[in-house]
Design a protein around this ligand. Structure first.
Ligand SMILES: [Zn+2]
Length: 247
């Protein structure tokens, strides 16, 4: 059972969420229209970036920040083990209890599907412990430090997760518009769906996406990891070159 303080934080998260869903999407809608034209790609990037920045400013609540901090702890733990630093926690919406937490384990488990989100969903479903109990994760929110990839977005929809909160964008693999758009279409300021987009996933059309929570911390951790990795790769190449010269 969760401490009363954290339950209060959780309550703080739900009230502004309803409001946020309807006030932030004007510029997002515009960016999807722009995406229909390849010649407008530069303008699309710029408008999406502006939209993401606006959301980053407005979407953060105390509870979201608290759970994102737990996801960041996981990401740092993963980095210490040589993994791309992405962390996730799955939180019961009713009680605020953390049902599962994970960081990427693709290297340590030698498993390309061992992303933090996938591991959270598997662990929570397994912990439920009885046939069909995986549906229990459909009442939980998933906090993840970076925009989910297409594989994880598919798993999130199959799990009926009602709410996803993520930190920074994933420019190369993001499935919330950075590379592809697999979540339900963003809505305009009046709440209307952009009809030019593909229809939402029929099993799970209403997943609520919160973007940009603890954005800078999440992004800086990834940048630090890849910066270090570039330096290490350059050193390894230089060492190999020297060894070849010595032969
Ligand atoms: Zn993934």
């Amino acid at each position: 059972m969760m401490a009363p303080g954290l339950l209060r934080l959780r309550a703080l998260a739900t009230a502004p969420r309803q409001l946020r869903r309807h006030v932030r999407k004007d510029s997002a809608l515009a960016c999807h229209h722009l995406a229909l034209s390849a010649s407008a790609s530069a303008e699309f990037d710029e408008t999406c970036e502006e939209s993401f920045e606006e959301e980053k400013e407005s979407s953060c609540s105390s509870a979201d920040s608290h759970y994102m901090a737990l996801a960041l702890e996981q990401a740092r733990l993963g980095m210490e083990r040589g993994e791309v630093p992405i962390g996730a926690v799955l939180v019961d919406d009713a009680t605020g209890e953390v049902l599962a937490s994970a960081h990427n384990e693709t290297e340590t488990a030698s498993d390309p599907t061992a992303h933090a989100e996938m591991l959270c969903l598997r662990r929570a479903a397994a912990a439920a412990g009885r046939s069909g109990a995986w549906r229990a994760v459909g009442t939980a929110s998933l906090f993840v430090t970076a925009e989910p990839c297409p594989m994880c977005a598919g798993a999130i929809m199959q799990s009926r997760i009602p709410r996803v909160v993520y930190g920074c964008r994933n420019d190369r693999l993001g499935a919330d518009g950075s590379y592809v758009s697999l979540f339900p279409p963003w809505r305009g300021g009046d709440g209307g769906v952009d009809e030019s987009r593909a229809p939402p996933h029929p099993f799970h059309p209403n997943v609520d996406i919160e973007r940009g929570v603890s954005h800078d911390e999440c992004q800086e951790l990834l940048k630090l990891f890849f910066r270090r990795r570039r330096v290490e790769n350059a050193r390894a190449k230089e060492q190999q070159r020297q060894e070849e010269d010595d032969v």
